[in-house]
Design a protein around this ligand. Structure first.
Ligand SMILES: C[S@@+](CC[C@H](N)C(=O)[O-])C[C@H]1O[C@@H](n2cnc3c(N)ncnc32)[C@H](O)[C@@H]1O
Length: 286
């Protein structure tokens, strides 16, 4: 695949690097030709005095407790990953590719369109649905589970959408390199529930995730959270407003009914089959 419309870059191809999926034995060749061409302004990059040697930020220790890989990928899915992931790269995000943590150039990536973010897109049904329904927006999806990434890539081929960028890794790495106040909407749909009390600190709705999320969202940006776990609702309503968000619900129907543009996800379907009740929480960044 030779670039998805707005992802096509004019810079010459001068070699390849390999992304995080190498740790899973899959080769994903990221072509520098698809990375943003223009450098961000000097003051937006890692601080250093002009003429001094570059010192990179220290890589934080980040544990990831979820699954990275499920059953073996089909031949077609391996092809999607090898052929499509490079052209869909949002630019250098991982610590290996971008040790200086230079911010992404979102204007170059999406041609100046507003940028949305889906965190943990699973099989990608909601992400592709939103991309197809909102061609005037560019959406970045992050998901470290390689089987989910492969499912998404199959759906992108069928839908033919060209306003997506995919990072097959941890959204915390993405937060490092997103410019401040650059994201207009974020989706957190059925985050891992971590039901045991001693595991609640692994949940997304903790300061480790909410602080950088708040930094990259624009004032007035919308943050949607869907969950079927009542204790997750409790923690979300307790934690998210502490990080500069207001909950927009005015009546019970506002959290009982899905959003007008909702597309039910695989995880929601499973929750409904098992008798659990979805909650739809909408926040605005103040
Ligand atoms: C319960 S699944 C829900 C998937 C999908 N949103 C849905 O509703 O079907 C939660 C997803 O979040 C992903 N996830 C967990 N931690 C993440 C992180 N730090 N960055 C990105 N994705 C993450 C997991 O890999 C998993 O696919």
């Amino acid at each position: 695949m030779q670039g998805h419309g707005i992802f096509a870059r004019k810079a010459p191809f001068d070699g390849t690097t390999e992304c995080d999926l190498n740790t899973l034995g899959l080769k994903c060749r990221l072509k520098p030709a698809y990375r943003p061409v223009s450098k961000p302004p000097l003051q937006a990059r890692a601080p250093r005095a002009i003429g001094m040697p570059m010192t990179h930020p220290t890589r934080p220790r980040r544990n990831f407790y979820g699954r990275l890989k499920g059953k073996s990928l089909k031949k077609s899915q391996k092809e999607y990953i090898e052929e499509d992931l490079g052209p869909l790269s949002p630019g250098p995000v991982s610590w290996e590719e971008n040790p200086a943590r230079d911010p992404l150039d979102l204007d170059a990536l999406f041609g100046g369109r507003p940028t949305w973010l889906e965190i943990g897109f699973g099989g990608g049904e909601h992400l592709v649905h939103q991309a197809a329904a909102n061609p005037g927006v560019g959406i970045i999806g992050c998901e470290p589970y390689v089987n989910g990434v492969a499912m998404l890539l199959g759906k992108i081929r069928s839908a033919g959408v060209d306003n997506l960028a995919i990072y097959p890794g941890d959204v915390r790495d993405m937060f490092d390199v997103l410019p401040e106040a650059s994201i207009e909407r974020a989706f957190l749909l059925y985050p891992d529930p971590w039901p045991k009390t001693r595991h609640h600190r692994r949940r997304f709705v903790t300061a480790e995730h909410l602080e950088p999320l708040a930094r990259v969202l624009k004032p007035g940006a919308i943050f949607r959270v869907a969950t079927d776990i009542e204790d997750y609702v409790r923690q979300t309503l307790e934690q998210v407003p502490r990080h500069g968000f207001e909950w927009l619900a005015e009546r019970p129907d506002d959290w009982r009914n899905p959003w007008d543009d909702w597309l039910s996800t695989r995880y929601e379907q499973k929750a409904l089959r098992e008798g659990r009740v979805p909650h739809y929480l909408t926040f605005r960044k103040t």
